[in-house]
Design a protein around this ligand. Structure first.
Ligand code: ADP
Length: 475
């Protein structure tokens, strides 16, 4: 098959979160399973240093709000059958960040990603790509199925929702800017409470819809998780599937990871501890009595359960000998809340604000437990990465966390992590205490680690599921 993947970020070219890991991995996996693969991305400032020798490209000119906006389509075959296609438009994409600053989203995101969607259509035509499938990801690609229809281009589309809460809703005026016919602006079409919704457009006009775990695929049909789109999703229920994300074990492998202090494997688990001492030295945390280390690497968004975490840690840090290291960046109030907590418990808690890939690897390797108390979680990668590093996840039972983590049962000794059902600081604190107890029983804890490290969430399986779906779509 000839498959195009369109995303607003993909590793190693650009990344703010899990979407990048997923699209970057699928790019490789589809190709490995015998398909010609094309990855479409905006050419951001941060992408420039990550790829060289792109060709000079073809010029394009796209009408935005009555003006012709010039750009270029750059391409490169990075290995056999793996082609990257970069949409260059410096005014839109040569900026410090992908989507916005601390102060908020870039105010012209509708225009930027509207341009990106139109440029993808242009590239497919210009380069004669002859694609069988277009795999679209999240709201930043949501207008593409509509533009394909308008251009009478019959490529089958799968629209994958990585997070239903990010919808790309903009004022109606954007229709004119992007020259979208008013006839689509109705409740069965692209309108969403008087706004144009990129996400809803993707849901309505694509051939199939998927999301990133089977549980989240069910949850989004309910009012609680449906983000006001449960109605339209229910109407398209027979075209909605859930395919679990995987991780790339070439990148995430404690045996080979070049970012960590000491490599280790299931056979040399004792060495894992050296990573903890190393991190302790680096962050000035005392691990003398070998207290358990709880790590967290996360976007700091309300979704991620930071509010209950702060409450739970306030209580626990008073009474227990625990250590906590949190790496994250995001909403200002959450960053401040965590920093204040660190200030209060300086000898126990470290909070590092920022996006730091090497440090994230060190935290996965050094920690005994990984905290992911998300209110909702479409799939989640942190818990899957942690399992591979023998770092036991502590999660709320929701979405992909539910599909990947089995609560440890002290009696049967089955399970690969610790989980709780009710979204509250008490439930989280009790679960951390349970984890603490198992940590103190070294035989039990080591067995649990081995079970975790043996879990397999590689992309092969999920990649095959996507390909089966593509074949079905083409039939
Ligand atoms: P989401 O996509 O909602 O952000 P996921 O768990 O699916 O959450 O994926 C998050 C990915 O981003 C993981 O690979 C995680 O390690 C990485 N990540 C998140 N925050 C940071 C950070 N501050 N520094 C480095 N990596 C981060």
């Amino acid at each position: 098959m000839r498959i195009g993947i369109v995303a607003s970020e993909a590793t190693p070219f650009s990344k703010t979160g899990g979407l990048a890991d997923v699209s970057g991995s699928l790019f490789k996996v589809f190709n490995k399973l015998g398909n010609e693969t094309y990855l479409f991305l905006p050419y951001y400032k941060e992408t420039r240093s990550k790829i060289n020798d792109v060709n000079k490209g073809s010029k394009i000119s796209i009408k935005i709000g009555g003006k012709n906006i010039e750009g270029r389509i750059l391409s490169k075959e990075i290995s056999k059958g793996m082609n990257i296609i970069l949409i260059e438009q410096n005014g839109y994409f040569d900026r410090e960040n992908l989507y916005g600053t601390k102060e908020g989203d870039y105010t012209d995101n509708a225009e930027r990603f509207g341009f990106f969607n139109l440029a993808v259509i242009e590239s497919i035509k210009l380069l004669n790509l002859n694609l069988d499938i277009l795999h679209l990801n999240d709201w930043q690609t949501g207008l593409i199925p509509l533009f394909l229809k308008e251009n009478d281009m019959r490529i089958k589309t799968l629209f994958t929702i990585h997070n239903l809460a990010y919808q790309g809703n903009f004022q109606k005026g954007i229709l004119e800017l992007l020259q979208i016919d008013e006839k689509y602006f109705n409740i069965d079409g692209i309108e969403f409470y008087n706004n144009l919704s990129f996400l809803k457009t993707g849901i309505v006009y694509s051939d199939f819809i998927s999301t990133v775990s089977p549980t989240y695929a069910k949850e989004i049909l309910t009012e609680e998780f449906g983000e006001r789109l449960d109605g339209i999703l229910k109407a398209r229920k027979d075209k909605l599937v859930g395919i679990l994300n995987g991780i790339d074990y070439k990148i995430w492998n404690p045996e080979k990871d070049k970012n960590i202090y000491k490599n280790y494997s299931i056979e040399s688990l004792d060495l894992k501890k050296e990573n903890k001492f190393y991190l302790g030295q680096k962050l000035v945390l005392d691990f003398h009595q070998d207290p358990p280390l709880f790590g967290m690497v996360s976007r700091l968004a309300t979704q991620k359960g930071v509010d209950i975490l702060v409450e739970a840690l306030k209580d626990l840090s008073k009474k227990e000998e625990i250590r906590v290291v949190i790496l994250g960046t995001g909403e200002k109030n959450l960053e401040e809340g965590l920093k204040a907590l660190e200030e209060e418990y300086k000898s126990k808690i470290r909070v590092i604000i920022g996006f730091d890939e090497p440090l994230s690897h060190n935290i996965y390797a050094a920690s005994d437990f990984f905290l992911m108390p998300s209110k909702y979680e479409p799939c989640g990668l942190g818990q899957i990465i942690s399992l591979k590093y023998g770092t036991i996840p502590v999660v709320k039972e929701t979405g992909g966390l539910k599909d990947t983590i089995d609560n440890f049962n002290d009696y049967t000794q089955c399970g690969n992590g610790f989980s709780f059902d009710e979204y509250s600081s008490e439930a989280l604190a009790n679960t951390i205490k349970r984890a603490f107890k198992v940590y103190n029983d070294r035989t039990k804890f080591n067995n649990l680690r081995k079970v975790a490290m043996n879990c397999d969430f590689s992309w092969e399986n999920s990649g095959k599921k996507y390909l089966e779906l593509f074949k079905k779509m083409m039939r």
